[in-house]
Design a protein around this ligand. Structure first.
Ligand SMILES: NC(=O)c1ccc[n+]([C@@H]2O[C@H](COP(=O)([O-])OP(=O)(O)OC[C@H]3O[C@@H](n4cnc5c(N)ncnc54)[C@H](O)[C@@H]3O)[C@@H](O)[C@H]2O)c1
Length: 322
């Protein structure tokens, strides 16, 4: 199939593009490079620089690329920034998303895979989180993603668009060619590895008195290659005619605590990692773990790189090469 990937110069998008190409798809990449990196786009993809809000550019790219399906990953995605500047999040994630949807409608493209997020659930009352649990985002980032998910539902009913929304938990790890390069970096595993490499000072643990097995927050990490595989399966399912659906994308199971991530990183890298303990951050739930039965059952998704050692080793190997 011909697949257009928005946000393909970013961390996850570049790896989704890489895996789609490896599975024989023809990939076009659309990104304004506001956060991503041109050299992250795989060589086998045709690159189109453009903003999601630029309707004329989108129309021209859709005419040239003629995609059978779109994987929509372009977004702004920092929780803290979204609280300080919600306008930016509504503009890019909602207005930009709708501009894309309207361009797809005009071009007759009716299949879309959307990068959503666990942030749509806010601070859930129960764990593991199931797809039908209440959505109550606690920041504009999650709110903007949920607004777009809802728009997909209404566009589906009215215009025949079919969409799979994948609510990612924490993406982590690297492929052989690409890995995480956010600026500023806010994700735990790259921060811990930068500390291991001596590129930053101590890692701060925000609270060690949570009701978890070692007192630190517990999260669900999913290897970016497993995440990418889910997109390949979702694109294929849409081609097979499945109805629109929403899936959690986390490994489920017991998840990993912040201390377990730091200890595993110290073991994998053979370096000592300086740590300080600070107060809890407001809005940080003790535990966020996905129930992932639905995506496993419906798409046949099976994470193959779920071990924390494997996730961290791949990120460390890539970081040392980059
Ligand atoms: N990283 C995670 O753990 C995680 C978790 C949940 C959801 N997500 C979602 O996955 C997607 C990718 O995340 P990522 O970590 O790879 O982020 P990223 O910042 O590395 O990638 C996003 C890409 O979108 C591009 N972009 C931003 N605004 C644009 C615009 N107006 N027009 C065109 N391109 C634009 C950026 O240049 C960047 O290359 C996002 O939609 C994010 O919300 C990520």
């Amino acid at each position: 199939m011909r697949v257009l990937v928005t946000g393909a110069a970013g961390y996850i998008g570049s790896i989704v593009a890489e895996v789609l190409i490896a599975r024989g798809h023809t990939v076009s990449a659309y990104d304004d490079l506001s956060e991503g990196h041109r050299d992250a786009v795989p060589d086998g993809a045709a690159f189109f620089q453009g903003d999601l809000l630029d309707r004329a550019r989108l129309d021209a790219v859709l005419r040239e690329a003629r995609p059978d399906a779109v994987v929509h990953m372009a977004a702004v995605c920092q929780v803290g920034e979204s609280v300080a500047d919600p306008a930016k999040y509504y503009r890019v994630n909602v207005l930009g998303g709708l501009t894309l949807l309207n361009a797809l409608r005009a071009a007759g493209v009716a299949r879309l895979v959307f990068s959503s997020t666990a942030a749509v659930y806010g601070e859930p009352a129960k764990q593991p989180i199931e797809e039908d649990d209440p959505t109550a985002p606690s920041n504009p980032y999650g709110e903007s993603k949920l607004a777009f998910e809802r728009a997909l539902g209404w566009y589906g009913g009215a215009y025949g668009l079919r969409a799979v929304s994948l609510r990612y938990f924490n993406a982590a790890g690297a492929s052989a060619n690409a890995g995480e390069r956010h600026e500023p970096e806010t994700h735990l595993i790259p921060l811990v590895l930068q500390a291991a490499a001596g590129r930053r000072g101590a890692v701060t643990i925000y609270g060690d008195d949570y009701p978890t097995r070692d007192g630190t927050c517990l999260r669900d990490y999913v290897h970016v290659l497993d995440l990418a595989e889910a997109h390949v399966l979702a694109v294929a399912a849409l081609a097979d005619g499945v109805a629109s659906a929403t899936y959690n994308l986390g490994c489920g199971g017991d998840g990993f605590t912040v201390r377990e991530v730091i200890d595993t990183a110290a073991r994998v890298t053979g370096r000592s990692i300086p740590v300080t303990v600070g107060p809890r951050r407001p809005g940080d739930p003790a535990i966020l773990v996905a129930a992932s039965a639905r995506v496993r059952r419906a798409l046949g998704w099976t994470p193959r790189h779920a071990a924390l050692d494997q996730i961290i080793r791949s990120a460390w190997t890539w970081m040392q090469r980059a």
